[in-house]
Design a protein around this ligand. Structure first.
Ligand code: PA5
Length: 462
């Protein structure tokens, strides 16, 4: 199981001004946490609560269909191209970057055990998209278009371009190069898929984009490139069981949620930095940023009061950002909680050869890069503590399917608990919808004429 070390947020370590009296706080919030966890688990099966993501570890049917399809298309495609944005892409990117061999797309077929390369198009920069077409042979590419709503402008515009190209190259048979993941009944992509006869997978009801990584949204691409989705599900189930524990002393998601909430509301530390000491976990930070920002950044609480709250998430990478951001974190405003992710065992060991005797670098010889990266994680934690800066450390035994799934699921539950502490709706995103609607208006979508007029006059002013 992954572990959480929160000693460095305690007032005994970083002082009363910046630290929390954790024993007292845990005692004070004990009953509230019992209530929150019990309530989330009670509500998770009810329609409209947007908590179905808590059941994804138990969805044997999806697992079966995903594996069946992946087995059926195995060996037929050189590339997987995922089209999606936000919650429809970030989990896929985070997990494939973490679990596939590094530089996967540059490896030979043999080195990839015959599994396809994988590309995610999660933006609409024309140069990048055109650049990708130069690299990919679309005829040998399986396109997985993922959008829950079925109408997101970025994803659907990419899909329209790709479909047109595929059809020109392959004629009617192009449909076998497309698999759509979308709502089971509604949305334009669902209509197109039915009309055109695409293979489809479902984004389940009551699972928001940012909580969808372990639905078919993520599981399908993972299975297509040969990742062990059974082990991921085992990781989620074990973590889910652990996080059903209503005792704050034994629930790491509740502990980290409460720490962040109290640091924000009592100590004015409303920035949350996610800093894995592992390049493979770099994109877990991107995923976390969306999860934390879209879930907790809200202007109203559940009682309708104006609150404008939400801790701002920041991504960082250890050790790289020690040479970029740490100066600010040590000496700048003391307004952050830094989450380190530390990996105990890397898949490989890399020894530093004993080839120079200079005092300045000679000490490195004979050590391993493994020792160095973890020494840097530990020393940065201690240095931050010297400056009375709060940090927590999440430790993974290794970067594998089981542990990465546990990590992501733990952070999802942590976010849900934090949302309850802030008393806000964790699962809506009106701020995202507003910008989406303005884009529709600006691009001339029917029905958005009034918004277009308002927008034109506002654009002249801002
Ligand atoms: O988390 C969310 O709900 C959003 O980030 C969505 O995933 C994103 O806007 C894409 O939406 P859709 O899947 O409908 O294309």
């Amino acid at each position: 199981m992954i572990k959480l070390n929160y000693k460095n947020v305690d007032a005994q370590v970083i002082g009363q001004e910046n630290g929390l009296n954790l024993a007292e706080e845990f005692e004070c919030y004990k009953d509230k946490i019992v209530h929150i966890i019990a309530d989330l688990n009670k509500r998770k099966d009810k329609n409209g609560q947007w908590l179905q993501w808590m059941n994804l570890g138990y969805n044997e049917e999806t697992l079966w269909y995903v594996k069946e399809y992946a087995a059926m298309v195995k060996g037929r495609f050189d590339n997987i191209l995922v089209l999606g944005i936000g919650g429809s892409a970030l989990g896929g990117i985070a997990v494939t970057e973490a679990l596939l061999k590094p530089y996967w797309n540059l490896l030979s077929d043999e080195q990839r055990d015959g599994m396809p390369r994988i590309f995610f198009l999660d933006n609409i920069d024309p140069d990048t998209i055109n650049g990708l077409f130069e690299v990919l042979d679309l005829k040998k590419t399986l396109v997985n278009v993922i959008t829950k709503s079925g109408s997101t402008a970025e994803t659907m515009s990419q899909f329209m371009i790709v479909k047109d190209k595929l059809e020109k190259e392959l004629g009617e048979n192009y449909r076998y190069n497309v698999v759509a993941t979308t709502d089971k009944k509604t949305g334009i992509l669902r209509q197109i898929a039915e009309q055109e006869g695409y293979k489809t997978f479902v984004v389940p009801d009551d699972v928001g984009g940012r909580f969808s990584v372990f639905s078919a949204v993520g599981l399908l691409p993972f299975a297509l490139v040969g990742l062990d989705i059974d082990e991921m599900v085992n990781g989620i189930k074990d973590m889910d069981l652990a996080l059903k524990n209503t005792d704050i002393h034994n629930n790491i998601a509740a502990q980290n949620a409460l720490i962040h909430y109290l640091m924000d509301t009592k100590k004015g530390k409303n920035l949350s930095v996610m800093m894995p000491y592992s390049s493979r976990l770099k994109y877990v930070s991107d995923w976390y940023v969306q999860l934390w920002a879209e879930s907790l950044g809200k202007n109203k609480d559940k009682d309708g009061n104006d609150v404008n709250i939400g801790p701002t998430p920041i991504k960082a990478l250890g050790a790289t950002d020690q040479h970029s951001q740490i100066q600010l974190y040590n000496e700048g405003p003391n307004n952050k909680v830094i989450n380190f992710i530390r990996v105990e065992n890397f898949d490989s060991t890399l020894e530093i050869p004993n080839i120079f005797e200079y005092t300045g670098i000679g000490y490195l010889g004979g050590k391993t890069i493994n020792q160095l990266i973890n020494a840097e994680a530990d020393s940065t934690r201690v240095a931050l503590s010297d400056y009375n800066r709060p940090t927590v450390t999440i430790t993974l035994e290794r970067v594998d399917s089981y542990n990465v799934a546990q990590l992501l699921y733990m952070l999802e539950v942590q976010t849900a608990i934090a949302g309850e502490l802030y008393n806000i709706d964790t699962f809506n995103q009106p701020g995202v919808e507003q910008a989406k609607n303005y884009t529709y208006a600006l691009m001339g979508r029917k029905g958005y004429e009034e918004s277009a007029q308002t927008l034109q006059s506002k654009m002249a002013m801002v």
